[in-house]
Write a protein that binds this ligand. Sequence first.
Ligand SMILES: [Zn+2]
Length: 219
Amino acid sequence: MRLLSFLGLMLLPLYANAMDLQFDAEVSPGLRDQVLGDFRSIELISGERASSLHQEIFGPVSGSTYLRWFSDRVSYFGLSDCGSPSSAVACVDPQVKRKIWVTKNYTEINHPQIARVMTLFHEARHTEDQNGNWPHALCSIFFGEKSIWTGQSLRLHAACDRTPYGSYASAAVMLHNISKFCTECSSKLRQDADLYSRDQAKRVSRRKARLRIRDDFQE
Ligand SMILES: [Zn+2]
């Protein structure tokens, strides 16, 4: 009995941080719990099928696939202003491997759970140094979309993508597949995933890449 309760105590923190994510000391317990809770919310996702881009980037629509994909890329989580306190939501530093930081725009602006997950997966894609960290392109001076997170204009900001494989596109493909194919998700989660995936897909500015995403969304 004593052994069981000891094991129970040992298993609890293991389950709580199945991601094995290491949090910096300044990350509050509340934020840490929120992040781990967000991952737990996607753990049970299961999809009847996946689009071809999703299959190529992530594999099947499945919580365990997402958690493995993320843990393969990220081990450390910190807080920063990312050099742009007014507009940045999260960032990576290519010199610091396997680490992502979130800003006050992440912690203090209220967004749906799947939108927070999307941001973390966006940053995880940026950790891929074998792919040059998928750098963003400048949005044109005519770009009319605003940040869904901060409401700021994105004109002439490095907040667009030219490829269907970059951080905006891959996160959009992930959420779009969840919105369409997840059989376990609540309608609220699917609606949020649809809203944010369509928004992030607009950040793909090169015509050929945009058409690839459009076709993928129709699969
Ligand atoms: Zn980015």
